[in-house]
Design a protein around this ligand. Structure first.
Ligand code: ZN
Length: 324
C-alpha cells in the first residue's frame, strides 16, 4: 500500500522453528472438559457491544502463526507456507485458487489469490479482502509485516469462523486473501497490486463484478494505537456506512478523524465501478515510522484493535445487507 506519507527500512528475521503451527483453539474435541458452571464464568465484557463477534485473542494467535511462517515475499518459502496455512484453515469451505503470473521488474513469480466463499440467501456478494504477501524489496531484512498483511489475513480467518455453517441471511460473503499487493521494486501503477489487478479483470470478464455489492479492504488495522483514516479514494457512501457501523458499536473515536487518499488493493475495483472502502490505519507509529520497517512486529498490535476493526467490518456487512 502507498500513502502520501513515507516509509522505509530493514532487518533480520527470526524464522520460526515451528512452521506455522495450526491453531486448534477453535476446534472442539470429544475429550474436552465439561463446561464450567455458570457461576465461575467471567462476566461478559461490558465494554463490547452485544453484536460483537471477533475474538481478539484468537485473531492474535492466528497472526502469530502467520508470522511464524516467515517473511512472505514473492518466491519465498514463507510465501508458500502461509498459503498452505490459510488453505489448511479453510478445509471444508468452498475455496477458489486464482493463480496468475506476477510479471515484475525482478522477473516472473507465481501468484495466488485465495477466495473462500460463504453463500447467502440474497443475490449478491460482499467481498472482504486482505493481502498476505510481504514487501519484496525488504526480503534481505527481517521484515515480517505483522500489521502489514499478517494481522488482517488473520482477521479474515477469524471472520470465517462466523461465516461457516448455515446459509447466511444476507448476501454471500467472499473472503479474499490477495497476493502481490506490494511493489516488487518501486511502487508504480504497473509495479503493485498484481493480484487484485488480475482478479478485477477476471471478475469483469466473467460477470462477477456486477454482483459485488461492496468490497471491503482491511489493511494495517491491528495497530494498538488505532486511528483509521477516511480514504478519499474509496466510495463515499461505503465509507459513511463504515462510520455508521463504528458509531453503532461505540467505536467512532477510532475512525475518520483524518482523511487521506490511499493506493491499495481496492483501486482495481473502484476503477471498475465497484463500491469499496479501504479500512486502513496508515498512521502506524509516530509519523508512520513502523510502516515497511523491521519495526512492524507483533508487539505493536493489540487484540482489542483487532476486535474493534473486525467488529466494525462485520457490522458494515450487516448495514450493507440492510440497505435497500
Ligand atoms: Zn505494505
Amino acid at each position: 500500500m502507498r500513502s502520501p506519507r513515507q516509509f522505509s527500512t530493514v532487518l533480520l528475521l527470526a524464522c520460526s522453528l515451528y512452521a506455522c503451527a495450526r491453531d486448534k483453539s477453535g476446534s472442539a474435541s470429544a475429550e474436552a472438559p465439561p463446561t464450567q458452571p455458570a457461576a465461575s464464568q467471567p462476566p461478559p465484557d461490558s465494554t463490547r457491544a452485544p453484536q460483537a463477534v471477533v475474538n481478539g485473542a484468537r485473531t492474535m494467535q492466528y497472526t502469530k502463526e502467520i508470522i511464524a511462517c516467515g517473511p512472505r515475499y514473492l518466491g519465498s518459502p514463507g510465501h508458500k507456507k502461509v498459503e498452505d496455512y490459510l488453505r489448511a484453515h479453510l478445509k471444508g469451505d468452498e475455496v477458489e485458487n486464482d493463480t496468475f503470473t506476477v510479471d515484475s521488474p525482478e522477473g516472473n513469480f507465481p501468484g495466488h489469490n485465495l477466495i473462500a466463499k460463504f453463500p447467502g440467501k440474497k443475490d449478491g456478494i460482499i467481498v472482504i479482502a486482505s493481502h498476505y504477501d510481504t514487501n519484496y524489496p525488504l526480503r534481505k531484512t527481517s521484515f515480517i509485516g505483522a500489521n502489514d498483511g499478517a494481522a488482517t489475513s488473520a482477521l479474515l480467518l477469524e471472520l470465517a469462523q462466523h461465516l461457516r455453517g448455515s446459509k447466511l441471511e444476507g448476501y454471500s460473503v467472499w473472503l479474499l486473501w490477495t497476493d502481490a499487493e506490494e511493489a516488487v521494486r518501486t511502487w508504480t501503477a504497473t509495479d503493485s497490486l498484481y493480484g487484485t489487478r488480475h482478479l478485477a479483470e477476471v471478475w469483469e470478464k466473467d460477470g462477477t463484478l456486477k454482483r459485488i455489492k461492496t468490497f471491503l479492504l482491511a489493511d494495517m488495522i491491528g495497530d494498538a494505537d488505532l486511528d483509521i483514516q477516511r480514504d478519499t479514494n474509496s466510495t463515499p457512501w461505503v465509507e459513511d456506512l463504515v462510520l455508521e457501523a463504528a458509531t453503532r458499536l461505540g467505536y467512532q473515536s477510532h475512525f475518520f478523524a483524518q482523511s487521506t487518499g490511499v493506493s491499495d488493493d481496492h483501486l482495481p475495483f473502484v476503477e471498475r465501478g465497484v463500491p469499496v472502502a479501504d479500512i486502513i490505519d496508515i498512521d502506524y507509529g509516530y509519523n508512520n515510522v513502523f510502516h515497511h520497517t523491521v519495526q512492524d512486529t507483533i508487539d505493536k498490535l493489540s487484540p482489542r484493535s483487532l476486535e474493534i476493526s473486525g467488529d466494525v467490518i462485520w457490522e458494515t456487512v450487516q448495514l450493507v445487507n440492510e440497505r435497500k
